[in-house]
Ligand binder design. Structure first.
Ligand code: ADP
Ligand code: MG
Length: 273
């Protein structure tokens, strides 16, 4: 029996552990005392009306914004105040509310850029064109093709990203984020602008990423069908604060959540009544 198995059973560190994080922009408290724990393999929803602080949460969770208070741990390491590339290296990947593919590169090349971050040859080998560089380039090209296969995007491999249908661009952007081999993937409104057919393809893809590949996912999304269908737990933000947290059923029936979502339109309707 190995020494390791004699130890007290280790509790796996959460892949992402965000404790009491706040972020203000001038007078606007965009995020206040935000706490989120993402265990390995979890699929968590983050919802709330426009301006609730969802994207700000993703920005602090990826090092784009430095929190004014609180701490962020990634797989047990405190990365509070670190730069985005450090978060990426520790396994945090994301997509953006607006697609950010390289439009003039093919799907294959876009995905290869994600892999370069993780597996690129050293600068010297790259500049000098040493064999190590060519080997790693071949390997990266191969792995990108493999990943596109797993995600059922092989048909698109040689298409210029700018020529893709909108829904396909969304899925390729997710593929590129996965090429960094993350522990946790943050998706910011991936279904925005998708038709029902494209949303279904996206649901299938998120299931494969989370279920088959075992990668934890945090999903910011307005499409409630998608959120309710996919997520195990949902956090609801409103005006930068956590309004509720629970299972899809609990959150859906929470009167505070209904009020936050309907509040504006209900008040407007009342005014016009
Ligand atoms: N870079 C920024 N500078 C100033 N204010 C910002 C910035 N980013 C977000 N905000 C403000 O913070 C609040 C939360 O925004 P955001 O996180 O984008 O919300 P959501 O993604 O939930 O719609 C809003 O009031 C927004 O105007
Ligand atoms: Mg947003």
């Amino acid at each position: 029996m190995s020494a390791r198995s004699d130890r007290v059973s280790p509790v796996p560190s959460p892949v992402l552990d965000c404790r009491g994080v706040s972020k203000a922009f001038g007078g606007v408290q965009a995020l206040q005392d935000f706490t989120l724990r993402v265990d390995p393999g979890a699929l968590i929803g983050l919802i709330g009306p426009n301006g609730a602080g969802k994207t700000t949460a993703f920005n602090v969770l990826t090092g784009v914004l430095r929190p004014s208070a609180g701490r962020i741990f990634v797989a047990g390491t405190d990365l509070t105040g670190k730069r985005p590339h450090v978060f990426a290296r520790h396994g945090v990947a994301r997509t953006f509310q607006n697609i950010r593919l390289f439009p003039d590169m093919t799907v294959h090349e876009n995905v290869m850029t994600g892999l370069h971050m993780r597996h690129g040859a050293g600068l010297a080998a790259t500049v000098l064109g040493l064999p190590a560089f060519h080997r790693s380039e071949d390997r990266i090209a191969e792995r990108a093709a493999e990943l596109l296969g797993v995600l059922r995007l092989s048909d698109l491999i040689d298409v210029r990203a700018g020529d893709l249908a909108y829904g396909d661009q969304r899925r390729v952007e997710i593929a590129r984020a996965l090429a960094t081999e993350p522990r946790v993937l943050l998706l910011d409104e991936p279904a925005a602008g998708l038709n029902p057919h494209e949303s279904n393809a996206l649901i299938g893809m998120i299931r494969r990423i989370n279920g088959d590949m075992g990668i934890a996912v945090v999903l910011v999304e307005h499409d409630m069908r998608l959120v309710m269908e996919l997520c195990q737990r949902i956090h609801v933000l409103d005006h930068g604060r956590e309004l509720a947290v629970g299972t899809p059923a609990e959150v859906q029936d929470d009167p505070r959540v209904v009020e936050a979502y309907l509040g504006t339109s209900a008040k407007a309707a009342h005014r016009h009544a």
